[in-house]
Ligand binder design. Structure first.
Ligand SMILES: C[S@@+](CC[C@H](N)C(=O)[O-])C[C@H]1O[C@@H](n2cnc3c(N)ncnc32)[C@H](O)[C@@H]1O
Length: 343
C-alpha cells in the first residue's frame, strides 16, 4: 500500500482509504505508522527509523476512521481495536497532555563513559498532575549530576557534618514526579548515599512503582532509595531534628504557580542541613510566563542565606513533537546553592 519514493514524506493519500474497504491489518499498520514517538529530549534519541509523514490531512484521516462504522470488517473486536488506536493517534496529535500512559527508557551518560538506563512509567497526564510526565529539566539535571559532584567535592558527607553515626550522604528530592533525577542520583552515588524521593499524594504511587521498576539497577549500586509525600505548602510539626536534615536537596522544574517560590524555599530552609557543605541543586526551564517566579525564587534563596556556588544555562529539546514534527527548543538554568558564610 505504501508506494511513494522511500525518501519522500508520506501523504495521507498514500495510506489505505476507507472507500477501498481495506483489511483491518492494513488500517492498523497505517495507524501504527502515524504514531508520534517520544524523542528522548533530542539527545541520544533512539527513535525508530520510519518514513516521515506530511501532517496535512492526518487529523481528518483519523477522524474519518473514528467516525466510520467499518461495516465491511467481520469482527466487533477488530472494529473496537481500530477505533481505540485511531482515537489514541488523535490524542497524541493534541500534544503530550493528551497522551495515553507509557513506559519509557531514559539513557543518562556518565563521566565514566557508561550510560545509566532507567525505566520510567508515565501515567496519562492531566493538567493538575504534572508529575506524571518526565520533564526536560529533570533529564538535563540527571545528565549534569555527575559533573556537579566532580566540581563540588564537598558534596561528600564528612564524619563531622552530623552527629549521626551514619556517614551516608543524605539527599532529598522535592517534586520528584516520575523520579528521573532522584533515581539517577542513587545510581551515580552508589552505596555512599541515601535519597528520599518526594511529591504530592497523587504522584507518589507511580513514583514508588518507578523505584521498583529500577530495582535491578539500584541493587547493583546499593544506594538506599525511599519515597514519600512531602507537600511544600504544609509545614512539618514538629520541625525536623538535626539528624533528619539533608546534605543535598535536588529539584527539577518545580516553579509554575505564584505560591511555588515561597513554598519551595520554605521547604528547602526546613530540610537542608545547616553545615557549610550542604548543597541545593535546582534546574529550571526559563519559560517567559514563569520569569517572575524564577526571580522570586532567587531572591528568597538569598534572603534565607543561600548563595549560588555554581550555575549555568543550557538548551535542550522537548521530547514531544508538535503536529508538524518540530521539537521545541527549551532554555534551562541550573544552579548549585550553598550557605553564604556571611550568615
Ligand atoms: C513540572 S513537574 C516536574 C517533575 C519532575 N521534577 C521532572 O522534572 O520531571 C512539577 C512537580 O512538582 C510537584 N509539586 C507541585 N506542587 C507541589 C507541592 N505543593 N508539594 C510537593 N510537590 C509539588 C508536582 O506534583 C510535580 O511532580
Amino acid at each position: 500500500m505504501i508506494t511513494a519514493d522511500e525518501d519522500e514524506p508520506l501523504h495521507v493519500l498514500d495510506l489505505p482509504q476507507l472507500y477501498t474497504k481495506p483489511t483491518a491489518i492494513e488500517i492498523l499498520k497505517a495507524l501504527d505508522h502515524l504514531a508520534i514517538q517520544p524523542k528522548s529530549f533530542g539527545f541520544g534519541a533512539r527513535d525508530v527509523a520510519r518514513r516521515k509523514i506530511n501532517s496535512s490531512g492526518v487529523t481528518e484521516y483519523l477522524t474519518t476512521i473514528v467516525s466510520s462504522s467499518l461495516a465491511w470488517l467481520d469482527s466487533d473486536d477488530l472494529r473496537e481495536q481500530i477505533w481505540d488506536v485511531a482515537a489514541a493517534r488523535l490524542s497524541e496529535r493534541a500534544g503530550r497532555t493528551a497522551m495515553p500512559a507509557l513506559t519509557r527508557l531514559f539513557h543518562i551518560p556518565t563521566s565514566s563513559g557508561e550510560e545509566l538506563a532507567l525505566t520510567l512509567h508515565e501515567p496519562s497526564l492531566t493538567s493538575d498532575n504534572l508529575g506524571m510526565k518526565t520533564w526536560l529539566s529533570s533529564y538535563l539535571l540527571s545528565r549534569r549530576l555527575d559533573s556537579i559532584f566532580e566540581s563540588v567535592p564537598e558534596l561528600v558527607r564528612s564524619e563531622s557534618s552530623t552527629s549521626s553515626t551514619s556517614t551516608r550522604l543524605r539527599a532529598l528530592e522535592l517534586g520528584s514526579g516520575t523520579g528521573l533525577v532522584g533515581l539517577s542520583f542513587a545510581a551515580l552515588r552508589e552505596a555512599s548515599a541515601s535519597i528520599h524521593l518526594t511529591d504530592l499524594p497523587a504522584i507518589v504511587p507511580n513514583l514508588t512503582q518507578n523505584v521498583e521498576l529500577n530495582f535491578d539497577l539500584l541493587q547493583k549500586t546499593n544506594a538506599e532509595v525511599t519515597t514519600g509525600i512531602l507537600d511544600w505548602s504544609i509545614h512539618p510539626t514538629p520541625n525536623p531534628t538535626k539528624d533528619e536534615l539533608y546534605d543535598v536537596i535536588l529539584a527539577a522544574d518545580p516553579l509554575y504557580s505564584p505560591d511555588h517560590p515561597k513554598w519551595l524555599v520554605q521547604t528547602i530552609n526546613t530540610w537542608i542541613s545547616k553545615g557549610l557543605d550542604a548543597r541545593v541543586v535546582v534546574e529550571l526551564p526559563l519559560r517567559d510566563a514563569y520569569a517572575p517566579q524564577v526571580d522570586e525564587f532567587r531572591q528568597r534563596m538569598q534572603d534565607i542565606g543561600l548563595a549560588i556556588v555554581e550555575q549555568g544555562n543550557e538548551t535542550g529539546y522537548d521530547d514531544w513533537e508538535d503536529a508538524d514534527g518540530q521539537s521545541m527548543e527549551v532554555h534551562c538554568w541550573w544552579s548549585v546553592w550553598g550557605w553564604s558564610e556571611k550568615f
